[in-house]
Each structure stands twice: as C-alpha cells, then as structure tokens.
Ligand binder design. Structure first.
Ligand code: ACO
Length: 332
C-alpha cells in the first residue's frame, strides 16, 4: 500500500500591509480593541490586479522547488479557496496548473472555508493511498479583501490575503506518512458565516445589487463559541484515536483566526507556548491559506525539521472543521 508524505511547503504574502491603525481610520475601531479581542496587528492585501491564482502560483513554485519533485511528475492540483478568481468556473486550480505549466494534470477547487487546507490534505491522502495519484500539489489561496465589507467592523478587521502550498507524494515508508486526517461539517450552523449573495440561493432584484453584495457576513461571537467547543473536542479525539500524547506534538499549527481561540484549544491540550505556531498577529485570518502560511513560517525560520510531528486544526464557514497529524517528510 502507498502512504502519503508531506514533502514540502511554500507560501506567498502580498507586500501591501493594512494595519489596525489604518482600519481605525476606516471604521469605528481601535488597535487596542483588535489586539485584545483577536491578537491581530496587521494583515496583507493583494494588489487590484493580483488574483488568487497569482498568489497560489507563487506559493506553489516554492513548494515544488523545495519538494525535489519534477513538476512534470505532478498529477493533480487541488485548491482550497472561498475567493476564487472566478465564481463557478474556471476553477482557480486549473488556472494555477496552467500558469505553472503542469500539462493536463487533474485540477479542481474545493470550498470548505477556513478548513479548506485540511480538506485538501485529506483528498490528497485518499487519492495517493488508493493508488490513483502519486504527486499532488495542494494550495490554499485567498484574496479575502475581494469579499470583505470594509464598512463592517465586525469582519473587516479579521481578514487578509495570501497563499500557501504543499506537495504530497506517495511513499512506501510508513514512518513518513500522514498519520490521520479528520474532517467534519454541520450545515445547521450555515447562517453563522455566509456570503449570502452571488449564488443561486440569492434573493436579489438586479445584477448590480448582486454584484455589490457578495461580501462575507459573520455572527462572530456565536462562531467563536462553536469554534472553541468543536475544535477542542476534535483535537482531543484525533490524539486519542492515534495513541499520541500532546507532549509528542512538536508543532501545533492551528487555523489563525483569533488568538483567543488558539489559546483556548492549546490550553485544553496542555500545550507549552513553544509548541504553538502563531502568525495571526502579522497575517490575520487568511482562511484556507492560513495553515500552509503558518507551516511555511516555521519552515523559513528553520524551526520545522525532518520527521517532526505537526498537529493541524481548523474551523470555518459551513460550518466545517478538521484536524490532522502530519510528520514533516521532505525528500532532501
Ligand atoms: N471594534 C470595536 N468594537 C467592536 C468591533 C470592532 N472591530 N467589532 C465588534 N465590536 C463591538 C460590538 O459591537 C460589541 O459591542 P456592544 O457590546 O456594545 O454590543 C462588542 O464589541 C463585543 O462584540 P462581540 O462580537 O461579542 O466581540 P467578540 O469578543 O466576540 O469578538 C470577533 C468579535 C473578533 C469577531 C470574535 O467573535 C471572533 O473571532 N469570532 C470567531 C471568528 C472565526 O473564527 N471565524 C471562523 C473562521 S472565518 C471563515 O471561515 C472565513
């Protein structure tokens, strides 16, 4: 049987920074409020002519180069995004694949909001373990600024843009393998986090009205409570099911939505500060891109080493959630 190994990581962050101070000139908020309630200090914003696929390509180029795998051997590309270049079609994954020159590799997007990266990790694992594919490029890429309402202080302070990518490939060596991936969803909480317009479920009188109202809406406080409850239960279960103690986790890489959510889950697992990866202060919430951007952060800081075990967890619109136990298994 083939196992799936997490070979490499790459990320891209646009250069323009939107600080808390900048936001305080746009809506009724303050650096003090945002820092205290979320841990976010700044987020990066893509240029007007910089699309989700452009950021995904830059992250993917790094991931492919670091994987040591020839790009002609990549046989599938999956992109997690809620801010695709084009709604419906073509998928952002096909655009990224073509810009990278990956030939006719299978390519598609998935929509699981902030849990997107864990969902595409589970897809890559399943395709590789079934023997259908050998080298899969997974990408979380978001231009959330394109679906953010910058008059709504409840959401605009949270979100930023960026991309992260990883190469997952087949191995015979079980020690290199992704150990487990959990994914779940519950649509009864759909109204907590939505982009209510832009789809066939929209109620609108004109296309103009539609075009102007495709922004994210969130019931933040309720989402917060469900997030802490669901994530804590899920990470406890994945560790228990795999007989792994939280002390064996070298890097806890949570979705970077809010420092208080990360702290609550970390405390429930009795994790030490040095085990918890935090990038929320500098990038904010980049949805499907947040986990690979955080993994890239520890990789580029030289903290992530071969064989070290990562615990990933995420929560997002849908509602969706997931967790994963992943050893870092580079080829070189
Ligand atoms: N600046 C100042 N005051 C604000 C702001 C702001 N930016 N936003 C809200 N407030 C006010 C509210 O109006 C409210 O005022 P009131 O008490 O007078 O009514 C007060 O602050 C408290 O509001 P809450 O919404 O209860 O604040 P909370 O502590 O819950 O923080 C936040 C809000 C940061 C949004 C938090 O709830 C959160 O992080 N939620 C979870 C987000 C998340 O994880 N989403 C899932 C992933 S996202 C995805 O999938 C795309």
């Amino acid at each position: 049987m083939a196992y799936a190994a997490f070979r490499s990581i790459g990320a891209y962050v646009p250069s323009k920074i939107l600080s808390n101070e900048d936001l305080a000139t746009m809506v009724n908020t303050s650096d003090e409020w945002i820092t205290k309630r979320t841990g976010i200090k700044e987020r990066h914003i893509a240029a007007q002519d910089e699309f989700t696929s452009d950021m995904g390509v830059k992250a993917a180029e790094l991931a492919i180069e670091r994987s040591g795998i020839d790009k002609s051997d990549i046989d599938m590309v999956v992109c997690a995004t809620i801010s695709p270049d084009y709604f419906c079609m073509p998928s952002t994954a096909t655009i990224i694949s073509t810009k990278l020159g990956l030939g006719n590799a299978t390519a598609f997007d998935i929509s699981a909001a902030c849990t997107g990266f864990i969902y595409i990790l589970s897809i890559a694992k399943a395709f590789i373990e079934s023997g259908m594919k050998k080298n899969i490029l997974i990408i979380g890429a978001e231009k959330l600024s394109s679906i953010t309402d910058y008059t709504d202080r409840g959401t605009c302070i949270l979100f930023g843009d960026g991309a992260g990518a990883a190469v997952i490939s087949a191995t015979d060596n079980k020690d290199e393998a992704i150990i487990d991936v959990h994914t779940g969803a519950d649509g009864t909480f759909a109204d907590l986090l939505m982009t209510p317009n832009g789809g066939s479920g929209s109620v609108h009188d004109s296309l103009d009205q539609e075009a102007n109202s495709c922004f994210m809406q969130m019931k933040g406080n309720e989402t917060f409570k469900v997030a802490v409850r669901t994530l804590t239960k899920d990470v406890v279960e994945i560790l228990k099911e795999n007989n792994i103690e939280s002390s064996e986790i070298k890097h806890f890489v949570p979705h970077q939505a809010n420092y208080r959510i990360i702290k609550a889950v970390g405390d429930a697992l009795k994790l030490k500060e040095e085990q918890v990866v935090l990038t929320v202060a500098k990038y904010g919430n980049t949805s499907g891109a947040s986990i690979p951007m955080a993994i890239n952060d520890i990789y580029e800081r030289g903290i992530l080493k071969q064989g070290e075990l990562m615990l990933l967890d995420a929560f997002g619109g849908g509602l969706t959630w997931g967790s994963a136990l992943v050893p870092f298994s580079p080829l070189k």
